[in-house]
Design a protein around this ligand. Structure first.
Ligand code: AMP
Ligand code: MG
Length: 511
């Protein structure tokens, strides 16, 4: 385990890709460059609230919260080898081309080489101060949103969902002004910085921006870098097929655990198929495909739970539109075919995953039975207010009552009995014992997820200076599939007070 001053760096991104020649921090349009050299802006009093030891281990970093580590992860000190930059990208926001966006408050400190030398990890500080891409904003992040990113990205990792990781949460000691409800009542909140880690934070939007500017040489350089570094040996069409597949799998995994990203703009879509940029995300409580936590999207519900697959496809269409500009002619039909076949592929992955949540493996001779079972399941979940997480958990144990918000109707109870009979009959075709099936189901249906109200409670405590609930929640979420005696509280369904509470079931982009 090394001190933060002794890590080694790969510098692939900054070496292979063109830099903005200007080092001015002023907000501006940046052309013919993939990034700008940008330094973090110092904060008043950086204080480590949490270092995630298993993420530190990926970097070979000693997680002891020393003053030096606080200074580095708070953006007050650079150590030799770091070459900080902010990336230049664009994006489609809520279906509309938004032009240049870029890392407006995230600054990558460097690409750290793992101890075994096999992997490199970008270490990025989110909330580290203004960059050329900050537009009119302050480059900062508040404690509540930084904490939400750390808790959820780590929870996703332990759930088995592809995601960026979180290394650290640092309180800055500087107040940050935000209008939480966008209702003209801004208040000062504690500022914080999340240290986050991923093989790369490249987004669809990094490719869209040079394409939109007809800067094909830059697009070509970026595509080559991306393929050589992360998808070696693939041509452009094969690379796109891989991105499409990973994206499909990521969204299927979101649906499996009940996650709603909330802002699936193309600048928030990772080229590696990782869940990225945790903002106004949420977790399904009662199963409702139309639900979104994002109040900014409340009217059109573009990014609602049940539409995330279609949105992913739309976003992949935007990526395809960008990269066909430089793809050899004979590869364009393959890119087209990937898009055409995607809905079927996505649906098949989703079907397979939902069957596995029921303890079943799809087989050629049960297609009809399974289709009927899945259709019945959808109707069942919609005919009462049912907690998705507790329902799937309760199926294996027979304890379904806990999953209900309110008393189910007699019609629902009758429907449920019929469905459970059909399901039980189908499970017998699997040829496994009840115990083996229950174990299978417990390994795919989590008991603990970062429920909206739980995270809200942890934020309220942290804002009062009590960080014990945060540490406990992060720890519970390390073993989301395992019953943890004494931690029943973390598995409870949403209490009534949290039903419509801002910050619990409703979140804005203000962060
Ligand atoms: P998001 O929807 O949070 O992914 O952000 C969209 C764009 O706004 C990105 O380019 C962000 O870097 C930028 N952005 C969001 N919040 C801030 C902020 N407080 N300061 C500067 N840029 C920001
Ligand atoms: Mg973003």
């Amino acid at each position: 385990m090394l001190a933060v001053s002794s890590l080694s760096y790969a510098d692939r991104f900054v070496t292979a890709l063109p830099a903005d020649p200007s080092v001015e921090p002023r907000a501006r349009q940046v052309h013919h460059a993939c990034y700008s050299h940008t330094l973090p802006t110092s904060v008043a009093a950086p204080r480590i609230l949490l270092v995630v030891p298993e993420v530190a281990a990926l970097l070979g970093l000693d997680p002891t919260p020393t003053a030096e580590l606080a200074e580095v992860l708070g953006g007050n000190r650079l150590v030799p080898g770091m070459k900080p930059y902010a990336a230049c990208y664009g994006g489609h926001q809520f279906g509309t081309w938004a032009g240049q966006l870029g890392d407006g408050r995230a600054i990558t400190l460097g690409e750290i080489v793992s101890p075994d030398g096999d992997q490199t990890w970008e270490l990025q500080l989110k909330g580290a101060g203004p960059t050329p891409y900050s537009r009119r904003a302050d480059g900062r992040a508040v404690l509540r949103s930084s904490l939400r990113e750390l808790v959820c990205s780590e929870a996703m990792h332990h759930l088995g969902v592809p995601t960026t990781r979180a290394l650290s949460l640092v309180a800055t000691g500087d107040p940050v002004q935000r209008d939480l409800l966008y209702d003209g009542h801004p208040r000062f909140e504690p500022g914080a910085i999340t240290g986050r880690v991923a093989p790369s934070f490249l987004r669809f939007g990094n490719f869209e921006l040079p394409a939109s500017r007809d800067d094909l040489p830059l697009l070509d350089t970026l595509v080559r870098f991306t393929i050589d570094t992360f998808f070696p040996g693939k041509d452009i069409a094969a690379w796109f097929a891989e991105v499409a597949d990973r994206t499909a799998w990521m969204v299927v995994e979101w649906l499996r655990v009940g996650f709603v990203h909330g802002v699936m703009n193309t600048d928030n879509m990772s080229i590696l198929g990782l869940t990225i940029d945790y903002g106004p995300y949420g977790w399904l409580e009662s199963f409702d495909p139309d639900w979104t936590p994002n109040t900014t999207d409340a009217q059109h519900r573009r990014y609602r739970y049940g539409q995330q697959g279609q949105v992913a496809l739309w976003n992949l269409g935007q990526l395809a539109r960008a990269i066909v500009r430089i793809a050899p002619d004979d590869q364009v039909p393959r890119i087209q075919r990937t898009l055409e076949r995607w809905p079927q592929r996505f649906a098949a992955m989703h079907r397979d995953t939902t069957l596995r949540k029921l303890g079943l493996h799809g087989r050629p001779d049960t297609v009809g039975t399974d289709d009927a079972l899945l259709e019945g399941l959808g109707e069942l979940l919609l005919s009462a207010e049912i907690d998705m997480t507790l329902f799937f958990r309760g199926l294996a144990t027979g304890e379904l009552d806990e999953a209900y918000y309110g008393e189910p109707s007699p019609a629902h109870v009758a429907r449920r009995a019929a469905w459970l009979d059909a399901w039980a009959a189908r499970t017998r075709l699997e040829g496994v014992s009840d115990e083996a099936r229950a174990a299978r189901m417990a390994a795919i249906n989590p008991l603990y997820v970062p429920r909206n109200y739980l995270v809200h409670e942890v934020i309220e405590a942290a804002e009062r200076g009590d960080h014990a609930p945060l540490l406990e929640l992060v720890d519970v979420l390390r073993r989301p599939y395992q019953v943890q005696p004494g931690r029943e509280r973390h598995a409870r369904k949403r209490p009534e007070w949290a039903r419509h509470k801002p910050g619990c079931s409703m979140l804005s982009c203000s962060s």
